[in-house]
Write a protein that binds this ligand. Sequence first.
Ligand code: 5AD
Ligand code: SF4
Length: 461
Amino acid sequence: MSGVRSVYVKTYGCQMNVYDSDRMADALAPEGYRSVDSPDGADLVILNTCHIREKAAEKVYSELGRLRVLKERAAREGRTMTIGVAGCVAQAEGAEIIARAPTVDLVVGPQTYHRLPELVARARRGEKAVDAEFPAEDKFAHLPAAERRQTIARGVTAFLTVQEGCDKFCSFCVVPYTRGSETSRPVSAIVAEAERLAEAGVREVTLLGQNVNAYHGAGADGRDWGLGDLLFRLAAIPGLDRLRYTTSHPRDMDDALIAAHRDLPQLMPYLHLPVQAGSDRVLAAMNRRHTAAEYLALVERIRRARPDIALSGDFIVGFPGETEDDFKATLALVDAVGYASAFSFKYSPRPGTPAAELSAQVPEAEKADRLARLQALIADQYTAFNAATVGLTVPVLFEKPGRRPGQLVGRSPWLQAVHVDATETSARIGAIAPVTITATSTNSLAGRLAVGADRQTEDAA
Ligand code: 5AD
Ligand code: SF4
């Protein structure tokens, strides 16, 4: 260790990357690296990248262009700025990144973050350090244990990665190539991490995995546990009042998991369950291995178990060969489900995936038109969902102060941001209190503390 240095980690893409960025900061902390909020003046800058669509990958190269200027300025001032690329672009492109952007000093894939200190040391000696392997060892076992982490409790909510990788091979998707095959962490490691989070004041944990509901780990009883079993176990940890998980594949929604939605009050009534398209022809070409009718039947089963569950999804428009009728089937499916929110994207051919080789690519203008129509429908559903909560009194977990003094921001069970005016705001952070929703705006709800909220806050504190 040689004095205090600063590291700036910029995160792109999904929540897995948010979690990984914290773990990278943890791995570097024993080397004397302190996290900072800006690349300006930082000794080390790491871009934790996303490769899911072309646009996401391209953003990295524009950011590297900006960083080159900062690095050159640092050199003129006699300082060294080391630049690293981590995440899925690192995994997919490896050393090619350095060929395209020579300002980059080190490249590290998502499976080798525990080797980061060594890679950084090599890079600081002037070597170009590249490590984007799929090693046999388990990176979680090599990352700092929970009790030594700096970042353990940044707030009252936290992510916890329980599963990585994907074996589904949807024909459009790079994840099976960048994150590798499905692996689950053992139940004991997850429980230990969740207990530390709860002790550090975390009230809500979101379990993460590219295919989180394919989770299967060795349970305490020697049996293979699925995500449902894991959720039941985590719900027994004192102080963990709220559990969520993301992202799920429809084929892995098993009975135990649906039972968890029915029986666990801690499991929040919100489910991100991507379907991608509504046409069976397109679903087959996507290798989704489910039909639209199967997805709708599944949604019905989940809603029978947990009637107030809010659904969200992901959609791709303009998959190769998608006709106007196919697209209309997507609109019909969205209509039939009624989503609380959803993400939608234009199909983006990804090198190395089967769909990128298909000849019937949809023209860009057609994709843009379909995306606009789908997003208009999704926006209507989002607005309707939020409007339907006005007048309800719902438990809100307060996460942070609002922009104005005397304002608090929290989340409803359905993941909606809720703004509330309150006294003693800092004392209420981490408390769950009933809030009556009074109004909606574009991205959030407004509410007021319901009668009795004060007493409950005290009880909870
Ligand atoms: N083009 C467009 N969207 C994609 N997604 C994944 N791969 C692609 C692609 N090649 C979307 C899917 C997935 C989400 C994370 O990103 O909808 O669920
Ligand atoms: Fe990609 Fe399909 Fe796996 Fe999701 S389930 S990560 S879309 S291959």
